[in-house]
Design a protein around this ligand. Sequence first.
Ligand SMILES: [Zn+2]
Length: 419
Amino acid sequence: MAHTARSDEEKREYFDPPDVLEEKVDMLVQWIKDSKHMIAFTGAGISTGAGIPDFRSGMDTKLSTGPGAWELRAQGASRDRAKYRTTSTTKAIPTPTHMMFVKLQEEGILKFCVSQNTDGLHRRSGLPKTALAELHGNSNLEVCQKCGREYLRDFPTRTAFGIFAHETGRKCDDRKCRGPLCDTIINFGENLPEADLNKSFKEGGIADLCLAMGSSLTVTPAAHIPRLVSESGRKLVIVNLQRTALHSMGTLCIHAKCEEVSTMVMKKLGLPIPEFRLKRLVLITTSHCEDKGEVEVAIEGQDAFGYIFSFLTGVDMTENGGHGRTHHLREPFGIKLPWKPTDPSGEEMKVELTFHFQGHYGEPSIARNLVIKKGMKDKLSYLKLSYNPFNGQWTVTDEESKVEGEGRVSEQLEKASIN
Ligand SMILES: [Zn+2]
């Protein structure tokens, strides 16, 4: 199936002439406007614009990322790094196509996105997990085999070599569980995640418009979803340079680069394509235990939608408002310190927190003051951050302190094994 060599005709790239492209995109835009339930189906072709090579492009491809990984393997060739511009998935910046889907979802137009990509760019771009099925996994995600808890990481999780081997060597943070974590990559011959697959078929069953972009529509069962839409007489629009396995089934087939089509579509819809920002949410929980004469601080990273997300390489906590001893914390981040008030009234203790990031986009560390008030219990504060990779600046989009939650500090401390 997937790895079999492709014929020259299958590898041939088509480019619609400008007037034809214009006409086709006009038609697509009208259908998007008319749609009641639009879904997207995406493949590696939407990420080549971000510098991530695809699988099936031929040796003479017009793409700047060069031939596909499987084509190189079939030809016994290796990638000419001087000729082609490629980027690792962790450093890649989501393309106009990814950002188009973020905007269309925010506008309520796009209802769901089924992706075959493992590069994690849909989630990084800001598409909520609830509107997305990553049928072949996410290279940044690992899952506990005992309790099912998901850990999104700002680094590739896969460490295993065998096709059917998935343990990453890390363990669940929950001390009562400590189950082995496994990467979520689906290799050929392995079953797809059932819940995501069922949801995708359900969405395919009700979609009146399926926009398939950057996929050869070859790999099953994923490709059965656009097929299902077409077979039941609903609209299937295919955007791909090569002819796809469902070419004759497409209501409309557009041959152009995905990012070019996305830019045209959004312009014609009168909607801006949002510029990519790296979104980070840091939760800080603080308690003062008067009877023990201690303070407890716990820190956790989350994505914009509340899912656990490891994006900090470390947190430094400096006592005495940033002028005392510094403690270097590792994930899961939690610490207990003696209560040492830093103001004359003895009512509060100030520490400085410095957050260190993975830095795939060169994002610098950030320092913030944390004020711990006498007698405060499980006080949750948060820091919402947005990083612009184009100018290297962090923006604090929101910073608030509110008292809520119970037992969060102790839960984090328990995970951190600090006693
Ligand atoms: Zn677990």
